[in-house]
Design a binder for this molecule. Structure first.
Ligand code: BTN
Length: 263
């Protein structure tokens, strides 16, 4: 284990790097359960995460030493449980902005609802946010991010359950360059902090607008599975609870994560 102190903002100022961990999210949650007083913005990173957790019970595979697998501790006590989606939007936008700085603006860097990060139609990063609630407030958020950085090959078995339609991509696959993991980490943390502070200081409507502007398949007719039935629909945006708004046969539906999947 290595502890790095960055002198930038508060996210990543305290970064703990493990050679190997089952899951950075699980580690952070276990430490929080022991009431370990980590400061807000602490980052736990694993060079080799060997039992990574994805959304909807899926696994997150990442080749040892090639990608970023890390979790950020946030304390968004200014959000009510029913406002969690604002955090999802802020984190997604921070990752998008970080990626834009690394790979430039010529590529389609988008968020596939709710928080998969896509570049040119391929998944490059996944986010797993696990919140703990105290009364009417969010107490802690463990924001887990897996970002493909230098991995050049992806095995079908490793991503088939993770909701991606084709093979994932990575920074190196997109640009042909090799990246230092810690410098990409710092950059992503800086951009996440920018959007997190925007959220904290009340710019909620602006965040949702910016999130919608970057939505994958926004305004495009495409195929979805809605409550078990295949249908053509057009994404129109999200509502304030984070439900996906899709127009199907002239009717706008607000759908939750269990009700819709992309085909
Ligand atoms: C998904 O797309 O399904 C979400 C993947 C989230 C993976 C990250 S890697 C770091 C953190 N620790 C975990 O166990 N999962 C998240």
């Amino acid at each position: 284990m290595r502890i790095k102190a960055h002198n930038s903002g508060f996210i990543g100022k305290n970064t703990v790097i493990f050679d190997s961990l089952p899951s950075t999210n699980d580690y952070l949650k276990e430490e929080l359960a022991k009431s370990k007083p980590f400061p807000e913005g602490t980052v736990i990173m694993a060079v080799h995460q060997f039992s990574g957790k994805g959304q909807r019970g899926a696994s997150w595979y990442s080749e040892k030493g090639l990608n970023l697998t890390f979790s950020i501790l946030l304390c968004p006590v200014f959000l009510k449980p029913q406002e969690q989606f604002y955090l999802t939007a802020a984190i997604s936008l921070g990752i998008l902005a970080g990626l834009e700085e690394v790979i430039g603006v010529g590529k389609a860097i988008q968020v596939k609802w709710p928080n998969d990060i896509y570049v040119n139609d391929r998944k490059i990063a996944g986010v797993l946010i696990q919140n703990s609630i105290r009364g009417e407030q969010l107490k802690h958020s463990v924001v887990g991010i897996g970002l493909n950085v230098n991995q050049m090959q992806f095995e079908t078995g490793d991503y088939k359950d993770s909701g991606v339609t084709g093979a994932p991509t990575s920074l190196q696959l997109l640009t042909g360059k090799e990246y230092g993991l810690e410098s990409v980490l710092q950059l992503i943390c800086t951009h996440i902090e920018y959007y997190y502070l925007k959220l904290k200081f009340g710019e909620r409507a602006g965040l949702i607008k910016e999130y919608t502007d970057h939505l994958y398949r926004y305004g495009i007719k495409a195929n979805y599975k809605i409550n078990g039935t295949s249908a053509q629909g057009v994404i129109l945006g999200v509502d304030l609870q984070g439900k996906l708004l899709i127009e199907v046969l002239g009717k706008v539906m607000g759908l939750g994560i269990k009700e819709v999947s992309f085909e």
